[in-house]
Design a protein around this ligand. Structure first.
Ligand code: ADP
Ligand code: MG
Length: 304
């Protein structure tokens, strides 16, 4: 039994089901998988049903391929060989099975067999939001597009807030755009239930709230901080935040009161939301529900 499995058996740690069974593999590998609940719930896809095509992205766990499943284009995340990665990969999958919303990238199923561990999700034809913004820029991305991306992302996050799930890695690189132009939140690799405490080793510093960086305490309010940075990315057409500050100094500056300026031509109402999201006191930050209402109002008056 691997350490992670012992841990998960003790308390479910924000997973929707406990990991109860391990699949020993040849050599050093050992996957801890709740195979039974995946199978029972109908999440297992037979490999023959899945056609794999070209690589469309590189993820933390391995390549992302374009595939075809039941006549539809799908994205397939392949797992690199490593049991630690397998654990995170399956955590992501388990969490995704319990979440469903039009602004969250949908899990379609998993291939679980001796050779492969594949995560099959809906295909998001226009790629990541940050690439979308950078490649099209201010000539092609309209005010209407920007407010739509903001509302879509906020709606997905409002649902996570309602479900008491914390994303912990919200950023424009982790929002994907469908062929129809709808923005959906992706990448639940770090998502957990509220107030789950982690060590700060691999955190996305420029997107993470100070209390999460310093004390490892994440909440829907720390996601709101990240959402403020995401809004800044949308309205700056995908620029890198705090580009003139060395990474190690960002949190010090922020704690002393430094905040990014409003991007050029950013509506004042949007910048006001950023400033509220970047309050050092988590409780003073707005909820996603509040922000969604404000953004929806702004959307109505945004013509093009
Ligand atoms: P990781 O978080 O492990 O780094 P991501 O989920 O962010 O991996 O995926 C890496 C890249 O692969 C994305 O930036 C995107 O370009 C592409 N990609 C991932 N999922 C999809 C999808 N469902 N549809 C289209 N492209 C995707
Ligand atoms: Mg990612």
């Amino acid at each position: 039994m691997c350490t992670a499995q012992r841990h998960y058996q003790k308390d479910a740690d924000g997973l929707c089901t406990q990991l109860t069974k391990s699949l020993p593999k040849k050599g050093k590998q050992e996957f801890c998988i709740d195979t039974k609940s995946f199978i029972d719930a109908g999440w297992v896809i037979q490999e023959q049903e899945l056609q794999l095509n070209e690589t469309i992205g590189k993820g933390e766990f391995g390549d992302v391929l374009l595939g075809v499943y039941r006549g539809e284009k799908v994205a397939v995340k392949m797992l690199k060989d490593s049991s630690v990665e397998a654990q995170k990969f399956l955590t992501e999958a388990l969490l995704m099975t319990s979440l469903r919303h039009e602004n969250l990238v949908e899990l379609l199923g998993l291939v679980l067999n001796e050779k492969h561990l594949l995560l099959v999700t809906e295909y998001m034809g226009k790629g990541s939001l940050v690439e979308y913004l950078r490649s099209r820029g201010r000539l092609h991305v309209t005010k209407k597009d920007q407010i739509n991306f903001a509302v879509d992302t906020c709606s997905g996050m409002e649902y996570l807030e309602f479900r008491k799930v914390v994303h912990r890695d919200l950023a424009a690189r982790n929002v994907l755009i469908s062929e129809a132009g709808v923005a959906k939140v992706a990448d639940f690799g770090l998502a957990r239930e509220e107030n789950y405490i982690v060590d700060a080793g691999k955190l996305p510093i420029k997107w993470t709230a100070p209390e999460a960086l310093r004390q490892g305490v994440f909440s829907n309010k720390s996601d709101m901080w990240s959402f403020g940075v995401l809004l800044w990315e949308i309205y700056s057409f995908g620029r890198v935040p705090y580009s003139r500050i060395p990474l190690i100094d960002v949190v010090k500056h922020v704690e002393k009161g430094y905040r990014m300026e409003a991007p050029e031509c950013c509506p004042p109402e949007i910048y006001e939301i950023m400033r509220q999201a970047w309050d050092l006191l988590p409780d003073r930050r707005p909820t996603f529900k509040d922000v969604k209402t404000k953004l929806a109002q702004l959307k109505v008056v945004t013509i093009n």
